[in-house]
Design a protein around this ligand. Structure first.
Ligand SMILES: Nc1ncnc2c1ncn2[C@@H]1O[C@H](COP(=O)(O)OP(=O)(O)OP(=O)(O)O)[C@@H](O)[C@H]1O
Ligand SMILES: [Mg+2]
Length: 372
């Protein structure tokens, strides 16, 4: 809390009331330190970002607030002792006691009470987690579109000779007598050619999929259907599928076939991550935080579809690679599931967020706009 802040709703009559209101409402953490380095101001965004109240914090020394966080300590020190402003936005993380480290950038500047007297330091910290998420989405999209161009050309070249091989194998089969043991070999040839063909078509799909056919999609119904099938597939294992679907969510505008494929991929991955026993939880809810705001469009409420499993989890080193086509850790996986899913989400102007801890499980959150 700030000293002398106006009650919300009252119009600010003085400059300081206006400043107070700005500090109360701004989405950057603003922390001020007095000339001895003790905290004199800790705005609500700082409380939220650092997960501590201003009451606990005001009066504490900056070395305590940023204990073991060398860069942040350095920034305050420079502004305090050398009286100059300083910024850091390279790979800086804010450590918090009860939550994961947060990617941030930070700026520290001296405060001058009069022309010659420094009165302390103000520090502004900005949460970059949302920007990092968007960057991740863009990087993945880039990789896909590059692959798409490459795949379309290559697939075309491969499909023609494949057609030739299949035709020749069929001719060969016709030449052989019904008892010939060679018939089995021609069948294998034909089947394997068809398998390559299928893989190539999926790859072409990835680069240049059909445009979504937009209709009204009842998420509850498609999720119910998918879970029914996955329960069947998990027979013999001890996997619990739990659904917590908000019945009040209106239909989303999207392509039913593509969205079914998307959630099938994700729920199948969740099932496959569990070796013997575990739980897959599927939840839907209207998201409180995300709105699609691309230029010229009306912003739309989003719906979050969360799929969490208690499976093997994903190593941090692998997290960035799981969207790469053909990356798989499974003996029978194609490694295309997530690459295709990512593409479907993009085509629906959605977002995907992943949280995973190895040995504990994975949570995938798909956010889709309700309106297009
Ligand atoms: N929920 C999850 N838990 C743990 N690992 C996962 C999860 N989802 C995906 N992965 C990892 O990401 C990799 C790529 O997933 P993706 O769905 O693209 O391919 P796949 O599942 O291996 O093959 P396919 O989807 O064709 O069956 C998986 O092999 C697995 O290592
Ligand atoms: Mg998969």
């Amino acid at each position: 809390m700030l000293p002398d802040q106006p009650k919300s709703g009252t119009s600010p009559s003085t400059d300081s009331a206006l400043y107070g209101m700005i500090l109360e409402n701004i989405d950057r953490a603003v922390v001020a330190f007095d000339e001895e380095g003790r905290i004199s101001l800790f705005n609500p965004a700082a409380e939220a970002l650092m997960d501590r109240s201003s009451r606990q914090t005001i009066g504490k020394h900056y070395q305590e607030l940023f204990k073991d966080q060398d860069t942040l300590l350095y920034l305050v020190k420079v502004a305090l002792e050398e009286g100059r402003s300083i910024t850091d936005d390279e790979g800086l993380y804010l450590h918090r006691s009860n939550a994961a480290p947060l990617p941030v950038n930070a700026y520290a500047a001296p405060i001058y009470a009069s022309k010659s007297n420094q009165d302390g330091v103000v520090m502004i910290i900005r949460d970059l987690s949302r920007i990092k998420e968007l960057e991740g989405t863009l990087r993945r999209a880039d990789r896909l579109s590059m692959l798409g161009t490459l795949a379309a050309g290559l697939a075309h070249e491969i499909k023609n000779p494949l057609g030739g091989i299949k035709g020749a194998a069929q001719l060969l089969a016709m030449e052989l007598s019904d008892e010939s043991s060679m018939l089995d070999y021609t069948q294998i040839m034909i089947k394997e050619v068809e398998r390559i063909n299928f893989i190539i078509e999926e790859l072409m799909d990835l680069g240049n999929p059909r445009p979504p056919e937009i209709g009204e999609v009842e998420l509850t119904r498609i999720l119910d259907d998918i879970v029914l099938l996955q329960r069947e597939a998990a027979r013999g294992q001890n996997i619990k599928f739990l659904l917590e679907l908000d019945p009040s969510i209106p239909p989303v505008q999207g392509d039913e076939g593509l969205l079914t494929r998307l959630f099938l991929n994700l729920i199948k991955n969740a099932r496959e991550a569990i070796e013997h026993e575990g739980e897959v939880l599927i939840e839907t809810r209207i998201s409180s935080s995300y709105h699609l705001t691309s230029p010229g469009r009306r912003s739309s409420p989003m719906v979050d579809i969360t799929i969490s499993d208690t499976g093997c989890g994903i190593n941090p080193e692998e997290l960035d690679r799981i969207f790469t086509p053909y990356f798989t850790t499974k003996s029978k996986g194609s490694g295309l599931g997530l690459a295709i899913s990512q593409k479907i989400i993009e085509d629906h102007y959605g977002l995907l967020k992943i949280e995973s801890s190895p040995g504990e499980g994975t949570t995938m959150i798909v956010s889709l706009p309700l309106r297009r």
